[in-house]
Design a binder for this molecule. Structure first.
Ligand code: ADP
Length: 469
C-alpha cells in the first residue's frame, strides 16, 4: 500500500507564496510521488487563492467553536499537476494574506481546524508532516495519543527565527490542553507557550532544510534560543537539502521569461533579458554587469552589509548596476531606499512581491547576491545558478552546502561589510578581467542538479523509519 502523508503548512506554491516554504510544500509532494508516496497538502484558503479558477471544488463544511463563537470552515479540494491540495476557508481567520494579522491566533486556528477535519477528510494519513510553528500545535496534540491511535509525526523547521509564542489564554481559546505542551516549551511562569519548541519536543522526527543548518542550530550562534532543546533531540533531527521544482525554474521553458534560453545560447539569451530589464528599470544603457538581490527584507538577509560608500568606491573602478526586489521590515526598506537615493544612477529598488519580475531578474542577472546572516537552506542561490546568474553568498546554512567557492560561485565568510565589499570586488574583477573564468563559474552552476532527485529518497527513508516505530 502507498504510504499516505499530509503536509500541513501556511503556504504552498503556486497557491500562496511568501517565501521558500511555499516552494518546498508545493513541489516536494510531486517528487515523493516518484517514491511511491501519496503526499497531499492542507493550507488555509488565504485571500487571493482563486480555487474556482483552478478547478477546485467545495467538498464539505463543518463548524467548530472558538471562545463560544461558532466558526464555519469550508473544505475545498483541488489538484495541481497531480498533487491534491485541501484548502480550509474561514471568514474570521483566513480572509487576509498568509501572515497578515495575528499570525499566532491564525495558525492556532488553522491547527485546530486541521485536527477537527482529519477524521472527515477523504484521506487518512499514515504520517502528519507539519511545517514550521504554524502547524506545530497539530503535532503537540496528536502526540498525546498512544502511538497505535495516531499517525506518525514529522516536523520540518524551515526557519528557526519564527517560533510562534502564544499566551495561555489563546492556547485555551483554541481548545488546546496546556498540559500537552512540555514545560520546556513554556516561559518560567507557564503562561507563554513556544509553539515551535513544543512541536520539536513532541514530534517523532524533526527535519530541517539543509545538512549544515541541522548542525548549526545546535549552537548558540544559530539556535535562536532552542539549541539545547534541539541538542536533546539530535538523534531524531536530520538535515535534508531542499530541492526545486525544476520545471518551474527552467530558463529554457519558463513562461514568465521574456526570452527563453538554453546552454547553447545562454550568452545571447541573458543579454536579451538583461537589456529588457535595463530598459524596464530605466537604467542607462550600458555593458556593466547586473547584480540582483531578491528576498524578504528582514534582518536575516544581510541588507545591512550594503554600504553606500563602499559600493560607490567599487563602482568608480568597476561600474555595475544593482537591483533589489523585495519588501518587509521598514528599517530595511528605509536602508535600501537610502542606498538608492545616494547611488541613484546604479541602483533600482522594487518593493513588491512579483513572481514574474523575479524570474526575469534571475534570467537577467550576471551576479546574484545572498549575503545572509543565517540561511536555513535558501532557494534563490539555486534558482540563480539554474538561470546562469553566478551566486555570491555567505558561508552559512544551506548556502554553504550549495555554493562551492570559486567553482560554482563566490563565498565569503565573515558577516561584515568589509568581507562583503571584498567579495564584490573579487566578483567585479573576475567579470571585467577574466571572462573565461567567470563563464566557467556560470557553466558549473548551471550544471548542478537542484531537483528533488537526491532529497526525495531521503524523505522516503525517514518516513520508512517511522513505519517501524
Ligand atoms: P525565504 O524562505 O527565507 O524567504 P528562500 O530563498 O528559501 O527564502 O525562498 C525565497 C523564495 O521567494 C524564492 O522562490 C524567491 O524567488 C521568492 N521571492 C522572495 N522575494 C520575492 C519577491 N519580492 N518577489 C518574487 N519572489 C520573491
Amino acid at each position: 500500500m502507498k504510504k499516505k502523508i499530509l503536509f500541513c503548512a501556511a503556504e504552498a506554491a503556486p497557491l500562496a507564496k511568501v517565501g521558500g516554504l511555499a516552494d518546498v510544500v508545493g513541489s516536494l509532494p510531486a517528487a515523493l510521488r516518484g517514491q511511491g508516496i501519496d503526499a497531499r497538502v492542507i493550507i488555509p484558503l488565504h485571500a487571493g487563492i482563486s480555487w474556482r479558477k483552478l478547478g477546485g471544488q467545495k467538498i464539505f463544511s463543518f463548524k467548530i467553536s472558538i471562545e463560544g463563537k461558532r466558526e464555519i470552515i469550508n473544505v475545498y479540494q483541488l489538484r495541481i499537476k497531480q498533487t491534491i491540495f485541501y484548502l480550509l476557508g474561514n471568514k474570521t481567520y483566513f480572509s487576509g494574506g498568509v501572515y497578515e494579522g495575528d499570525s499566532v491566533k491564525k495558525y492556532l486556528f488553522f491547527s485546530r481546524a486541521v485536527l477537527a477535519v482529519l477524521s472527515d477528510l477523504p484521506f487518512h494519513p499514515d504520517i502528519i508532516h507539519a511545517h514550521d510553528f504554524h502547524a506545530a500545535p497539530i503535532i503537540v496534540e496528536l502526540a498525546s495519543l498512544s502511538r497505535q491511535n495516531r499517525p506518525a509525526l514529522v516536523l520540518t523547521i524551515h526557519n528557526l527565527q519564527h517560533q510562534g509564542w502564544s499566551s495561555l489564554k489563546n492556547i485555551e481559546a483554541f481548545s488546546f490542553r496546556p498540559s500537552d505542551f512540555s514545560s520546556d516549551a513554556k516561559n518560567k511562569q507557564g503562561d507563554w507557550f513556544n509553539l515551535l519548541a513544543a512541536g520539536i519536543l513532541a514530534a517523532d522526527k524533526i527535519t530541517t532544510v539543509s545538512p549544515n543548518y541541522a548542525v548549526e542550530i545546535l549552537t548558540r550562534a544559530y539556535g535562536q534560543g532552542l539549541e539545547k532543546l534541539l541538542y536533546r533531540r539530535r538523534r531524531d533531527l536530520v538535515g535534508i537539502l531542499n530541492g526545486l521544482d525544476v520545471d518551474v525554474f527552467n530558463a529554457a521553458k519558463d513562461k514568465l521569461l521574456l526570452r527563453n534560453y538554453q546552454t547553447a545560447d545562454i550568452k545571447r539569451g541573458k543579454y536579451l533579458n538583461r537589456e529588457a530589464i535595463r530598459s524596464y528599470l530605466q537604467f542607462p544603457a550600458s555593458t556593466e554587469p547586473l547584480f540582483v538581490f531578491i528576498a524578504r527584507f528582514s534582518n536575516q538577509k544581510g541588507l545591512d552589509l550594503f554600504k553606500s560608500a563602499s559600493l560607490h568606491r567599487l563602482a568608480k573602478r568597476y561600474p555595475f548596476q544593482l537591483v533589489f526586489l523585495g519588501s518587509g521590515e521598514e528599517k530595511y526598506e528605509q536602508l535600501v531606499a537610502d542606498l538608492s537615493k545616494n547611488l541613484s544612477e546604479m541602483i533600482r529598488v522594487i518593493n513588491v512581491f512579483d513572481e514574474s519580475l523575479a524570474h526575469n531578474l534571475y534570467a537577467a542577472a550576471d551576479y546574484f547576491l545572498v549575503p545572509s546572516r543565517f540561511e536555513p537552506c535558501g532557494l534563490t542561490q539555486m534558482i540563480a545558478m539554474r538561470y546562469g546568474a553566478v551566486p555570491i553568498v555567505r558561508a552559512t546554512g544551506g548556502l554553504k552546502d550549495t555554493v562551492q567557492n570559486n567553482k560554482t560561485g563566490l563565498v565569503f565568510k565573515d558577516y561584515s561589510a568589509v568581507s562583503f565589499a571584498n567579495v564584490l570586488e573579487k566578483a567585479l574583477k573576475l567579470y571585467y578581467q577574466n571572462q573565461t573564468e567567470y563563464l566557467s563559474l556560470q557553466a558549473a552552476g548551471r550544471a548542478q542538479d537542484w531537483s528533488w532527485a537526491a532529497s526525495a529518497p531521503e524523505y522516503r527513508r525517514l518516513y520508512d523509519l517511522l513505519g517501524a516505530i
